[in-house]
Design a protein around this ligand. Structure first.
Ligand code: SAM
Length: 359
């Protein structure tokens, strides 16, 4: 299938949204591990790095990585922590540009050890994966073209790594477009049942959710997704982390950008500049669906504590604050007695969970 090369012109809005999300996550991720004594080394792996920037000099993922490391070190100033940045790009011309781009960064970032490779993704992943074990915290950015590179094996290997968060890109629209071609099922964990509700708008949400099938047994793994629309095409990012704090941070970033999409994925028609008279009408469908699901789980006693509410909210792709509002709504509607709900990452870290009181 012929592919557009995004480095032949300035990054479009969709690409900027994708890179912004990467930047913002990196900005949240760096200080956590710079300040965590048990971690000796922070490592960022950018497996599909491109040349470093676009034709107008706008920063691509490699320059974004360098800019954010510099800012984090200036703010958090831990000069003893080792930081390693790994970049790979298979195309010879882009690799040359990438090398020059990173050479310019080395002087300003003497604390950072850079590794640059010109290799195919699968072979470099095999080389670098053993480096991700040990007392290291890893952030993997897999900005592939298309859908084919993140295979079941690769995904499972990543999930099995501890202290490793991943953000990967997928051209999900292709899955919907080529749904009649059996081969597409080889590359993504979708089943025939997934194709029934799938359309050009919700495709990335469904594809991202399907990765739960590739989580190896016995692993608690949190996933997030963000759909990006450009013209008629929808693609997006998939996020993965073992830790509630990772997904909590990802979701906060995503909700600042509108929820789980940079467009009106559920046809909600909400205009933030012209709120309606009744706030219920300004509630995104995603939140309304969550409120109903949470109510059933709580009232049928399957969710028993504030921590379980918090984890459920993360699994549903909404924030602790959404969950708290949903619980308060149940109190207001006299489905639960009056009580104070502490539903946030802070509550999750406390040793004791607070039971939910019922009538
Ligand atoms: C979507 S672009 C990445 C853009 C980059 N993150 C940026 O911010 O500019 C994908 C890049 O991966 C490279 N690429 C494609 N297939 C690859 C493979 N199998 N192994 C390594 N690199 C590959 C392409 O040449 C392209 O530069």
């Amino acid at each position: 299938m012929p592919r557009r090369d995004l480095h032949q012109k300035p990054y479009d809005e969709g690409t900027q949204d994708k890179l912004d999300l990467y930047r913002e996550y990196l900005r949240e991720w760096l200080p956590v591990f710079i300040n965590l004594p048990s971690v000796e080394t922070l490592q960022i792996f950018d497996f599909f790095a491109g040349p470093g920037n676009d034709t107008e000099g706008n920063p691509g993922s490699p320059l974004i990585t360098c800019e954010e490391i510099r800012k984090a070190l200036n703010h958090h100033g831990n000069r003893t922590k080792k930081i390693r940045a790994y970049f790979n790009e298979c195309a010879a011309d882009k690799y040359q540009d990438l090398s020059s781009c990173i050479d310019e960064q080395r002087i300003a970032l003497p604390q950072v050890e850079f590794t640059i490779k010109q290799s195919d993704f699968h072979s470099v992943f095999e080389q670098w994966e053993p480096l991700m074990r040990g007392k290291t915290a890893n952030l993997l950015f897999l900005d592939q073209n298309g859908v084919q590179q993140i295979t079941e094996d690769i995904f499972k290997t990543i999930v099995r790594l501890s202290l490793t968060d991943v953000i990967f890109f997928i051209s999900s629209g292709m899955v919907n477009r080529f749904k009649n071609i059996q081969e597409i099922r080889k590359y993504v964990p979708v089943t025939d049942a997934d194709f029934v509700p799938m359309n050009g708008k919700n495709v990335h949400r469904i594809v991202a959710d399907a990765y739960r099938r590739w989580i190896p047994e016995g692993h608690t793994y949190y996933r997030g997704s963000f759909s990006i629309q450009k013209g008629p095409n929808v693609y997006g990012l998939v996020f993965g982390s073992h830790h509630p704090r990772g997904i909590d941070k990802f979701l906060h970033i995503a909700w600042r950008k509108g929820g789980d999409a940079n467009f009106d994925i559920d046809n909600d028609g909400i205009d933030p500049n012209a709120p309606s008279l009744f706030s219920e009408y300004d509630k995104p469908t995603k939140i309304t669906v969550f409120e109903k699901d949470l109510e059933i789980e709580v009232l049928e006693h399957r969710i028993l504590t504030n921590k379980e509410v918090y984890i459920f909210s993360l699994q549903c792709g909404v924030l602790g604050s959404h969950a708290k509002a949903a619980m308060n709504k149940m109190v207001k509607e006299e489905k639960l007695p009056h009580q104070v709900f502490r539903i946030s990452y802070g509550a999750w870290t406390k040793p004791n969970a607070e039971p939910i009181k019922h009538f």
